[in-house]
Design a protein around this ligand. Structure first.
Ligand code: XMP
Length: 186
């Protein structure tokens, strides 16, 4: 543990620091803007909550596009688990997506089950197009079941926290992405 922001200790080692995150989020905003600049209707940005909160907040403030925002809760990591259950539970989502272009935002692409489940749910509700942007993509032996259209960073197959990512509900507020080692797990 090392001292973190505001006197709170931050476990593990820094994998991607806040300056690199800011630079990459800037570049992703430019890529996304280029991709959607010819769309006449507002693109619906759907952050997958809670993990994508910080990424979404930083990304959309860099965009100069007509957009709307509607978060959707999804969970596959109960409590202190560090591997997915494979079952993705979705929260309530009352926004009408019929005929809309949707861009999902997520903190990390791991097995791909979360993005696959959310994409399918929105397509079933009539979305015209569902694409996705993730801050991180885990380099796994088995590739994810779906790929993301925009990727911030490739990361090793380990458990990461910070910048929205949690362990048992903690550490989302940390400004850097860190690797949580065994000693720091609950
Ligand atoms: P899947 O396997 O569905 O996983 O692609 C994506 C979701 O699982 C969570 N996840 C993590 N959360 N550190 C975390 O804090 C991790 O290393 C990690 N890997 C996956 C995350 O909520 C993501 O939306």
């Amino acid at each position: 543990m090392v001292a973190g922001v505001g006197g709170v200790s931050a476990p593990g080692r820094v994998l991607i620091d806040r300056r690199r995150i800011a630079g990459r989020v800037d570049a992703m905003a430019s890529e996304i803007e280029r991709e959607y600049k010819s769309c006449r209707d507002a693109v619906l940005f759907v952050p997958v909550l809670d993990g994508a909160l910080l990424f979404a907040a930083d990304l959309i403030r860099r965009l100069s596009l007509p957009l709307q925002l509607a978060g959707l809760a999804a969970s596959s990591y109960p409590g202190a688990a560090t591997t997915s259950t494979g079952q993705v539970e979705l929260g309530l989502f009352r926004v009408d997506v019929q005929g809309r272009r949707v861009l999902l935002l997520d903190d990390i692409l791991d097995t791909g089950q979360t993005l696959a489940t959310v994409k399918e749910a929105l397509r079933q509700r009539g979305a015209l197009e569902v694409r996705s942007a993730v801050l991180l993509r885990k380099q796994r032996e088995t590739p994810p079941v779906v790929e993301a259209d925009f990727v911030g960073f490739e990361v090793p197959d380990c458990f990461v926290i910070g910048y929205g990512l949690d362990h048992d509900g903690r550490y989302r507020e940390l400004p850097d992405v860190r690797v949580l080692d065994q000693d720091n797990m609950i």
